[in-house]
Design a protein around this ligand. Structure first.
Ligand code: GAR
Length: 208
């Protein structure tokens, strides 16, 4: 059984999708053992408590710089004996010491088809605002391994979602979550827990 630690900052709908998938036995035997939030008031913490999952809060403002925050996070993840770390709407960029401690053992869900609309500054609703500004007709979501390169790690799964006339960022965000994120994130976690993802020359190869 693999210990899964989920990092959150906000509403936690992706965390909820993972909790629901685990209940249905769809995480390949993986178990969510701890949820760590970068915000003390994140609704995601309530979702974790409702599911009787241990929670911790690590707020960036309690540390002098990103290196100290990253060290505290790496220590918390080691203490939780994480086999897999999932960024589920986690909005703080950590430095290399965390990636080095968990190489290809951290994954992130991003609400666009990487390499579009990604990197520093592209998070949450902002991603959908930019997609609508550009007028793309297809967007989607990506699950990728976390490396030091923000949103640049090996891509595990992607799913496309149509953009429709009259979409607002909020409407598009909801469609991307429902049709893509809440499906491909639990699926990527299952594949990881079943040892079906390998990284070869910087590319994630998924065996099915
Ligand atoms: C999700 O859309 C997630 O993909 C995005 O934030 C939202 C969090 O929602 N993450 C990023 O933009 C990371 N770059 P949730 O808290 O309801 O899961």
């Amino acid at each position: 059984m693999k210990n899964i630690v989920v990092l959150v900052s906000g509403g936690g709908t992706n965390l909820q999708a993972l909790i629901d998938a685990e209940r249905r036995g769809e995480l390949g035997g993986g178990k969510i053992t701890c949820v760590i939030s970068s915000k003390a008031d994140a609704y995601a913490l309530r979702r974790a408590k409702n599911a009787f999952i241990r929670t911790r809060v690590l707020e960036r403002k309690d540390y002098p710089d990103i290196a100290a925050y990253s060290k505290a996070m790496a220590d918390a993840l080691k203490e939780a004996e994480a086999d897999l770390v999932v960024y589920a709407g986690f909005m703080t960029i950590l430095d290399g010491q965390v990636c080095d401690a968990f190489p290809y053992k951290m994954m992130n869900v991003h609400p666009a088809l990487i390499p579009s609309f990604c990197g520093k500054g592209y998070y949450g609703l902002r991603v959908h605002e930019e997609a609508l500004k550009k007028g793309v007709k297809v967007t989607g979501a990506t699950v990728h391994f976390v490396t030091e390169d923000c949103d640049g790690g090996p891509i595990i799964l992607q799913k496309a979602v149509a953009v429709k006339n009259g979409d607002t960022p909020e409407i598009l965000q909801k469609r991307v979550m429902e049709e893509a994120e809440w499906k491909i994130l639990p699926e990527a976690v299952r594949l990881f827990c079943e040892d079906k993802i390998k990284v070869v020359d910087g590319i994630a190869v998924v065996e099915e």
